[in-house]
Design a protein around this ligand. Structure first.
Ligand SMILES: Cc1cc2nc3c(=O)[nH]c(=O)nc-3n(C[C@H](O)[C@H](O)[C@H](O)COP(=O)(O)OP(=O)(O)OC[C@H]3O[C@@H](n4cnc5c(N)ncnc54)[C@H](O)[C@@H]3O)c2cc1C
Length: 449
């Protein structure tokens, strides 16, 4: 198989079992899913059937009604497609460890998707430690597998870019769909997703109203096609303009693994549009995104700024910690969009309403939280809280790295100024000089709520 380089043997135990288990945990799709294909390969090798398992863990860190709804919508596409291929899938509600136990007991081998956030890596490590079963993790949500690119945190885009480009062509073309030659389990007619949706309503979850995006592969493909037909040709020049709807809006689908970044690249390659737009998109989807995954994968913890920022940023922010703040807002005031700045308030309302902020405004949103918080640590905590609560693409490596970029991560030093020290600052004046934001403010103004 061309993609063995994506497969990592986590542990080896020779044990009998009735099936090969694929614990679908980060790549909630059937198409372009290397983990699924690897599990199919093992089924052929051992002449065993395949069992796909999805665990809906309502205690998942920071998940809420909005994110679960999107996630469950996406599972519908998975169920329909696997069932049409006569592959058995179980969807169960419960904590990962408890829900997995009976499946691991019955399986010969477990395959699962690679995780890139320390919290999830630790949960999985604890599960593996108690399970005497061979485990393979497959890196299917990145174009170039994280451990193939580098074995350490990279300093910035310019250091990771050549390491990614070295493997890019090979990795973009390494997907193979195998014919399933394993035995068949009875298709599971009784996968009761509706029952799990009912469970969702009964949970004591933080209620955040659903965002205007529907989860799943089918919707991801529709959004990709819309991007290709209407926006792609303007991507390089107009992507940054908050008034123009040129972004792809694929980030929620990438976050839930509803679509593969390789499939996106392949579709764009075949699309009309000049190569400048293609390379500009590739820079974001592959270099910037995979720089984020590199960072969180090689971080043990994402809470302590001192361990997360480059030393120059820690020093300069520390030098300015006593600087006077003209405005200081509480978490509630930020959350309710009650600052003096109508542009910032509009961005916060966009986050709450749409579940996503336009990329350029996301930077402004973050920089101003730093400027208007009592301390740098408060700013980081509040930003992570708000982003992960409302963003449908939140709780992602890109969330943490996007936020940390506002504090100087993967960036360079600028002219020193108050509060920020040498960390890049953004002013409302330069923002409004670049873009006329009256339409944006009107669009996300109070009237919408
Ligand atoms: C404060 C802050 C918070 C952020 N929080 C998140 C978050 O929670 N989830 C998230 O996915 N991204 C986050 N980002 C990064 C970026 O803003 C989004 O990835 C992008 O806006 C997603 O929209 P899109 O899919 O329409 O982007 P497009 O422009 O269509 O880009 C396509 C894909 O490329 C990747 N990409 C684009 N821009 C970036 C970038 N700057 N860094 C890394 N990858 C990028 C994303 O995977 C994106 O889906 C954050 C940035 C900042 C400054």
């Amino acid at each position: 198989m061309k993609f063995f380089k994506r497969v990592e043997t986590v542990q080896n135990f020779d044990k009998p079992g009735r099936y090969i288990l694929y614990w679908m945990q980060g790549a909630f799709r059937v198409r372009h899913n290397h983990s699924l294909e690897f599990a199919k390969y093992l089924c052929s090798k051992y002449n065993l059937p395949l069992k796909v398992l999805v665990i809906v863990d309502f205690s998942y860190p920071e998940a809420n009604f909005r994110s679960f709804k999107f996630f469950l919508e996406g599972l519908k596409d998975v169920v329909v497609e696997l069932t049409s291929k006569q592959i058995n899938i179980d969807i169960v509600a419960g904590r990962f460890k408890d829900a997995l136990k009976p499946y691991i007991d019955s399986a010969k081998i477990m395959v699962t998707d690679k995780s890139y956030l320390p919290a999830l890596k630790n949960i999985k490590k604890a599960v593996y430690a108690e399970s005497k079963i061979t485990v393979y993790e497959v890196d299917t949500n990145l174009v170039v597998p994280v451990s193939l690119v580098s074995q350490k945190r990279e300093y910035a885009a310019y250091t990771i870019r050549p390491k990614i480009l070295k493997h890019l062509e090979d990795c973009k073309n390494d997907f193979e769909e195998l014919t399933y030659k394993g035995a068949f389990l009875n298709p599971n007619i009784e996968i009761n997703l509706d029952k799990i949706e009912d469970e969702l309503l009964k949970q004591n979850l933080v209620f955040v109203s659903p965002a205007p995006y529907i989860g799943g592969y089918i919707e991801a493909k529709r959004i990709l096609e819309e991007f290709i037909s209407r926006k792609f040709k303007y991507y390089k020049d107009k992507r940054s303009d908050p008034n123009k709807d040129i972004e792809s809006n694929l980030s929620p689908y990438l976050h839930f693994g509803n679509i593969s970044p390789i499939e996106i690249l392949n579709e764009l390659k075949n699309a009309e549009g000049n190569s400048e737009n293609y390379y500009s998109f590739q820079e974001e989807l592959v270099v910037r995104r995979e720089l984020s995954f590199n960072f969180t994968y090689y971080s043990n913890d994402l809470t302590n700024l001192e361990n997360l920022l480059p030393s120059w940023a820690v020093k300069t922010l520390g030098d300015h910690k006593g600087d006077k703040r003209e405005y200081i807002y509480s978490l509630d005031e930020f959350e309710e969009a009650k600052t003096h700045d109508e542009i910032w308030n509009a961005a916060q309302r966009e986050l709450k309403n749409r579940g996503k902020i336009h990329n350029y405004m996301r930077m402004y949103w973050g920089k101003k939280i730093i400027e208007w918080s009592k301390t740098i640590d408060d700013a980081y905590k509040n930003m992570v809280y708000l982003n992960n609560k409302y963003a449908i693409d939140g709780r992602d490596p890109n969330s943490y790295v996007g936020i940390l970029w506002c504090f100087g991560l993967h960036d360079r030093a600028f002219k020193e100024r108050e509060i920020f020290g040498k960390v890049r600052w953004m002013s409302q004046k330069s923002l409004t000089k670049k873009f006329d934001l009256s339409e944006y403010v009107k669009k996300y103004g109070k009237a919408n709520f």
